[in-house]
Design a protein. Structure first.
Length: 436
């Protein structure tokens, strides 16, 4: 399992402030404003694997080259590595011109000055801020400041389920509450099959799940002043409930504790796991040979009742933003590339392919985004999702608490007891790390 860099686990802000003194984002042959012949682009892994993303993006980047004469050097980076790569790039000065970031990192990266601010002038260069959905732009940086990035893909979590596995177990409808999910999972978890999949080694995914569960327990992980409250009773209960799906309920396979690169989706597609919580999985399922009629999608369960506001929130506001390093030598070419990637046609094509929702208003009008699975995502974003804390140390929250949850998964996989006390101890350690 990949070890998190100390810089990521201890202080993202101190790691990134060094960027101001670093050289340009692109290599010496990457061009400049006067001759923007080449750009480097770090794309996040949106599809079933790195090669699939390359296959999807390469012809689109060729279109951009044909239109502008600017060649784009592409690297697709898995989510488990992306934040660490950003930290290393900004401290060394050897980074890309353009990159994708999780929208939850926007405020953290914005606080360092590492990313180009998208003021009115920069937004006008890509067609104007009003082309984008307001909530998507709000996830691109702290309130009251120019966004640090531009929305690229909008997402929320949903519960995907294998229809045949449900039918074989006598389950007639997807679970609406966690108690129902556990009961259904126990019916399925036998003979080498499991009820639910997880990505225990993926720090960001850990945070996304426990954040939503925390909301259902009536808590945030920070107070109004931005101070960590990881050890509150509700936060402890949320983390324990999540890890208990393996430790107590036995509906998640122990091997999932080490999953960090979409292996749970592969298990789902192979009929090894009946349910998975994910942001957009359609393209992965298709690549694994699943037909749309093989799987269904429903809102993420709540403690009781139906999804909505308050304690019945069931997802974080998910999404991917596209950003430009402030120290790129090729800012004009970089902005042209952002304009291309957020154009109406590219937004329709890319979001359809990846199973996401376009943050560009005009692109959302395409009938493809009224499909049943995407309707669940759209409805969740509109009615029962909340953004992760827009605080400067949010990324450190992901690494410290995400690692604490990962370690608890490892304990559960090893058969060690996961108690309220052990969960609180892990979160206390994470909170202490935040204070260092």
């Amino acid at each position: 399992m990949r070890t998190i860099r100390a810089a990521a686990a201890v202080a993202i802000v101190s790691a990134l402030t060094a960027v101001a003194g670093c050289g340009g984002g692109s290599s010496s042959d990457g061009g400049s404003n006067e001759s923007p012949k080449t750009l480097t682009y770090w794309a996040s892994n949106q599809g079933p694997n790195i090669e699939a993303d390359k296959k999807i993006l390469t012809p689109e980047l060729k279109k951009f080259e044909e239109q502008t004469g600017i060649k784009v050097k592409l690297e697709v980076i898995p989510w488990s590595d992306l934040l660490n790569r950003i930290l290393a790039a900004t401290t060394s000065g050897q980074g890309p011109d353009v990159l994708n970031i999780g929208n939850t990192w926007s405020a953290s990266l914005q606080a360092t000055g590492a990313l180009l601010p998208w003021d009115e002038k920069n937004f006008d260069a890509i067609g104007g801020r009003d082309r984008f959905v307001d909530s998507a732009v709000a996830s691109a940086g702290a309130e009251g400041q120019d966004p640090a990035a531009v929305p690229l893909y909008s997402l929320a979590y949903a519960l995907y389920y294998n229809k045949q596995m449900f039918a074989d177990a006598g389950i007639t409808e997807p679970p609406a509450t966690w108690d129902q999910l556990v009961a259904d999972g126990k019916k399925i978890s036998k003979d080498g099959k499991w009820g639910l999949g997880a990505e225990g080694g993926n720090l960001s995914n850990n945070i996304h799940q426990v954040f939503a569960l925390g909301k259902q327990h009536g808590v945030d992980f920070f107070d109004k002043a931005g101070k960590p409250t990881f050890t509150s009773d509700g936060a402890v209960a949320a983390v324990k409930q999540y890890v208990d799906f393996m430790a107590k309920d036995k509906i998640i396979a122990p091997g999932n504790a080490e999953y960090a690169q979409n292996q749970s989706l592969q298990d789902f597609a192979k009929g090894k796991t009946a349910m998975v919580l994910w942001q957009a999985a359609a393209s992965t399922f298709a690549s694994q040979g699943m037909k749309p009629e093989d799987w269904g999608v429903a809102p993420v369960p709540v403690q009781s009742g139906t999804p909505g506001t308050g304690k019945n929130l069931n997802s974080m506001v998910a999404g991917i933003n596209i950003a430009v390093f402030n120290n790129t030598k090729n800012v004009d070419g970089a902005k042209k590339f952002v304009k291309f990637m957020t154009s109406d046609e590219e937004q329709k094509l890319l979001n359809k392919t990846f199973g996401a929702i376009p943050p560009v208003k005009a692109a959302q009008e395409d009938p493809a985004f009224a499909a049943p699975d995407l309707k669940v995502l759209r409805d969740t974003l509109a009615t029962s999702a909340a953004p992760l804390p827009q605080v400067a140390n949010e990324s450190q929250f992901e690494t410290t608490v995400g690692t604490a949850v990962k370690d608890l998964w490892a304990d559960a996989a090893a058969g060690k007891p996961v108690t309220t006390e052990s969960v609180k101890a892990a979160l206390t350690k994470a909170q202490q790390q935040m204070a260092q």
